[in-house]
Design a protein around this ligand. Structure first.
Ligand code: URP
Ligand code: ZN
Ligand code: ZN
Length: 474
């Protein structure tokens, strides 16, 4: 199957050009002025230099961008006494509608169990169900001789990153010794350490005091998790990573306190990276107010006061933050978030977002903010590919890359709403927000999967991605 995408503006992280894209099978065969004919005449069934094509897509007036990569999702994550509502089927479908053609999800080591058991369980959930390509990171909550040895095997299988937590005592929490051991092992096996950096032990002290004082609403979730607790933990894990000689990636960075630590580390040459998420750029502590409605906005780290926004945007511009992911972890308001009525500590932590990231960042970053369209592509696609071992295959429109392509209309406006989104969750954090920009046509490895507002792919089209260690690490 040969597809010609013509007339659009190709936007890559390193520049934009008006050119055509020829897709042959699963990959991009050529990029350039392909519709001009050598004799100026062309011919029926032909597309000039592109030769015979089976299908043409007119991208005039549109951007042609590499499919976006969301390196932080939690499909079907058991958490907070329930489980994230999107399955791999519903979550990857929603991602595709939003222009995301790859997700990296977090497999979870079962408590007291092996990494292998966790990884096998995640393969079983995803295989045959995904609309787009997918890979895994591994959440480690129990560092011991066995799991340390298993880490090397996982890297060899293309699961090259390990997430550890200084938060959630009694659930995913690891102490500094365990974190340091995992870091030292990863320094040897070529992988990457991902850190949820909040001081969970200190947070629990403040949370218990606050709840005991009768302050039980979701708003207090945002109050007790001080920004300084995120800054402290971020500094600590980066320092530990420096001591271990391993690259470290701070996930879902929300506060200027943490950003300052990442910037300082990078300035002194540390191999430290960080992502933020749309919720920390567009939502704030104010959203956690409004009584129990605020439960819709409970995630960790929490939404911060609005004055953190500007710092995060500057961080994105200056490359102190390299990636925007979603931390997609949706729970219904009814029946799931409600588990925390009367106790903010029991609201399941997590927000939906996999479908909205590309458009929110285009609207708030490119149309109405400080990002160039190239930096936008870098943050949602190119940098994730480079950092997570997909360089050359994903995150770029170039000959030889996988044909994960989005024909993106930078002018189309739409209103985000739970009544129209495809995520399997009963509310939207951005209900009623109008955004400019939308994915018109989405190709996954050469196959059109979204067009005319419809899904035209097949469940199971998505393949597992065996990844290589990150390009940024050498
Ligand atoms: O609130 C969040 N972030 N839920 C998902 C789990 C995590 O910590 O990433
Ligand atoms: Zn986390
Ligand atoms: Zn997460």
């Amino acid at each position: 199957m040969r597809t010609l995408i013509s007339g659009g503006t190709i936007v890559n992280a390193d520049g934009s050009v008006e050119a055509d894209v020829l897709v042959d099978g699963h990959t991009i065969a050529a990029v350039g002025r392909l519709t001009a004919t050598t004799d100026g005449l062309g011919g029926s069934g032909e597309s000039g230099l592109a030769g015979q094509v089976d299908r043409r897509i007119d991208a005039s007036g549109k951007y042609v961008i590499p499919g976006a990569i969301d390196v932080h999702t939690h499909m079907e994550l058991p958490f907070g006494g329930t489980a994230a509502k999107d399955t791999f089927e519903t979550g990857t479908l929603a991602a595709a509608f939003g222009g995301t053609t790859t997700i990296l999800d977090f497999a979870v080591q079962p408590r007291g169990g092996s990494l292998r058991a966790g990884l096998d369980a995640w393969h079983a959930k995803a295989e045959g169900n995904c609309a787009i390509d997918y890979g895994f990171h591994m959440i480690m909550s129990d560092v011991n001789e066995q799991t340390l040895a298993e880490m090397d095997q996982l890297v060899a299988e293309g699961v090259t990153d390990f997430k550890l937590f200084t938060a959630y005592p009694g659930v995913f929490f690891s102490d500094d010794g365990a974190i340091f051991r995992a870091m030292k092992q990863t320094a040897k096996n070529g992988g990457l350490i991902m850190m949820h950096a909040e001081n969970g032990l200190a947070i629990d002290v403040v949370a218990a005091e606050t709840h005991a004082a009768g302050k039980t609403d979701p708003y207090y979730h945002g109050v007790v998790r001080y920004p300084i607790f995120e800054g402290e933990a971020t500094n600590r894990v980066i320092r530990l990573a420096e001591a271990a000689g391993v690259p470290v990636y701070i996930v879902h960075l929300s506060a200027r306190d943490a950003l300052n630590e990442v910037r300082a580390a990078r300035d002194r040459g540390a191999n430290a990276f960080a992502e933020t998420c749309p919720q920390y750029l567009f939502l704030s502590l104010d959203d956690l107010g409004n009584g129990f409605e605020g439960a819709k906005y409970v995630c960790s780290p929490p939404l911060r006061p609005k004055d953190h926004w500007d710092d995060l945007w500057k961080g994105l511009v200056k490359d102190d933050l390299q990636v925007v992911s979603t931390d997609h972890c949706p729970f219904d308001f009814e029946g799931q978030k409600e588990l925390g009525r009367g106790d903010f500590r029991k609201v399941p932590n997590g927000l939906p977002g996999v479908e909205d990231r590309v458009d929110l960042l285009h609207d708030g970053g490119v149309v109405g903010g400080p990002l160039t369209k190239e930096r936008w592509v870098e943050l949602v696609s190119a940098a994730p590919a480079r950092l997570f071992g997909l360089a050359g295959r994903k995150g770029v429109i170039a000959a030889g890359a996988d044909a994960d392509i989005v024909v993106y209309d930078p002018n189309r406006r739409h209103t985000i709403s739970a009544s129209t989104h495809h995520m399997n969750v009963d509310y939207s954090c951005y209900e009623g927000r109008e955004v400019q920009g939308g994915s018109d046509v989405v190709l996954s490895r050469g196959k059109v999967i979204i067009e005319n507002g419809e899904y035209v792919g097949q469940k199971g089209d998505g393949r597992f991605l065996k990844r290589t260690p990150s390009e940024f690490l050498s």
